[in-house]
Design a protein around this ligand. Structure first.
Ligand code: HEC
Length: 176
């Protein structure tokens, strides 16, 4: 009699175990599919781990990073904070290279080629000025960068996207 109870209890535990395992595997599958759908989203922010090289780069998303870093670069330069200015030039370089390497064409206009011609070269003057800790050279190079931003917006049929010099930092919780 006692043995029968033990067997019943054992069998029940076994069934419970199987049910739990099935639920767990179901939950895992859901998490996987959620993660996949997130990777498929056209989000190219700071996530450099591309699962699929064919995935399209969202130029506007990269541009909003470029805009933010250009804003911060302005205030770093204004305060002669050269290490910080140098950091933002590198961030800009990374974003621009992402577009340059992405082989992006829009309405028959090769954005990647334009970036190679107008984006990266505009950073060189900034790098030199920062290395020399030369405020005047920095200002000139910064204005050249902004000129190139706007020239490319003109060339890519976005003449209404006009970059100007900021008066206040886009974010107020950082020291420049
Ligand atoms: C190689 C060409 C090119 C250069 C150089 C370039 N842009 Fe753009 N930018 C574009 C294109 C193309 C778009 C439109 C993207 C779209 O249609 O989704 C754009 C869109 C934008 C936008 C609109 C997106 C938003 O979030 O409001 C901003 C802001 C912007 N660029 C800022 C800049 C800044 C700042 C620079 C210079 C530091 C710059 N861009 C340099 C091509 C360029």
């Amino acid at each position: 009699m006692k043995q029968t109870y033990i067997w019943v209890a054992f069998t029940l535990l076994l069934i419970l175990n199987i049910v739990l395992m099935m639920r767990l595997s179901h939950a895992n599958k859901r998490i996987d599919s959620m993660a996949n759908s997130r990777n498929e989203a056209p989000h190219k922010g700071g996530n450099h781990e591309r699962h699929n090289e064919e995935e399209e780069i969202e130029v506007a998303v990269v541009m909003s990073h470029i805009q933010r870093h250009t804003n911060k670069l302005f205030f770093a330069g204004k305060n002669a904070n050269w290490p910080l200015a140098s950091f933002y030039v590198h961030e800009l370089e990374e974003s621009m290279e992402e577009i340059e390497d992405g082989n992006i064409e829009d309405d028959g206009i090769n954005i990647s080629k334009l970036m190679k011609a107008m984006g990266i070269p505009a950073l060189e003057g900034l790098e030199d000025a920062i290395k020399a800790e030369d405020t005047q050279a920095f200002n000139t190079a910064y204005q050249q960068l902004v000129t190139n931003c706007n020239a490319c917006h003109q060339s890519t049929n976005h003449p209404y996207i006009v970059i100007i010099n900021p008066t206040t930092p886009a974010l107020d919780n950082q020291q420049f």
